[in-house]
Design a protein around this ligand. Structure first.
Ligand code: CTP
Ligand code: CA
Length: 223
């Protein structure tokens, strides 16, 4: 038990977490990004550290700060940078949790100079970013891998398909159906899927959601 009286149930484990958005540069002053706050990933990092884990947190641009001394924070900007940092640590990872909202596409070229305003229309060609979690799944050996899914239609089917496609051990579905759930909110309503089953949770703070997720992971790895 830690000083706070908590059980150090993840002592000796290395937990690798991705968090936040990625920013994909268009020119020296502009980017493509999204509204992810990083809050879910940072809450998971704090909770895992409280439970005794060594935590590697690879975060895109986020205003969040880390508190626990067992969290090693690496700040990255783009999906490619996030990918490179993740694979520096993947081999030694016991539990990988991908909560980052990675941009699916990035501009093919980054303009060297600020793009000047000219015509009525401007086309920016985008190319697919690497799928970090899918690559982790392809290279999985001893790791327990957890992904997130945010869907607006057929949410359960799509989440389960994502779990299979990315070779995951667990996927957390973020429900958008509730006001107060998802991006930029402090609360989430989740469903957790494993290949064997499904668990539904109430609308909770992201700190509480982090506890539920880690409880489920622990139950699975101790099976
Ligand atoms: N993910 C990732 N790298 C990417 C895209 C997604 O690591 N380039 C991870 C996310 O962190 C999340 C999971 O994959 O854990 C699912 O992300 P999501 O955006 O829901 O799925 P995609 O595979 O990108 O499919 P789509 O956006 O078309 O639904
Ligand atoms: Ca996506």
């Amino acid at each position: 038990f830690s000083s706070a009286g908590r059980k150090r149930s993840l002592e000796g484990k290395m937990v690798l977490i991705t968090a936040g958005p990625t920013y994909e540069a268009i020119d020296p002053v502009r980017f493509i990004g999204n509204h992810s706050s990083g809050k879910m990933g940072y809450s998971l990092a704090e909770e895992a550290a409280e439970r005794g884990a060594k935590v590697i947190l690879v975060s895109g641009p986020s205003g969040m700060v880390v508190k626990h001394p067992s969290i090693e924070l690496y700040r990255v900007t783009s999906a490619k940078e996030m990918m490179a940092k993740v694979f520096e640590f993947y081999e030694h990872t016991d539990i990988g949790i991908a909560s980052a909202a990675v941009a699916d596409y990035a501009p093919r070229e980054v303009a060297k100079e600020k793009i000047k305003k000219k015509d009525e229309h401007l086309t920016i060609e985008l190319v697919k970013n690497p799928d970090i979690l899918k690559t982790m799944g392809e290279q999985k050996r001893h790791q327990f891998l957890v992904g997130f899914a945010l869907e607006t239609e057929n949410e359960e089917e799509n989440a389960q398909a994502k779990m299979q496609k990315k070779n995951l051990d667990m996927i957390v579905l973020n429900s958008l159906r509730d006001k107060g759930a998802g991006f930029r909110n402090d609360t989430n309503r989740i469903k957790i899927f494993t290949p064997a089953g499904k668990k539904e949770f109430a609308l909770k703070s992201k700190e509480e959601v982090a506890r539920d997720i880690l409880d489920c992971i622990e139950a699975e790895i101790l099976k």
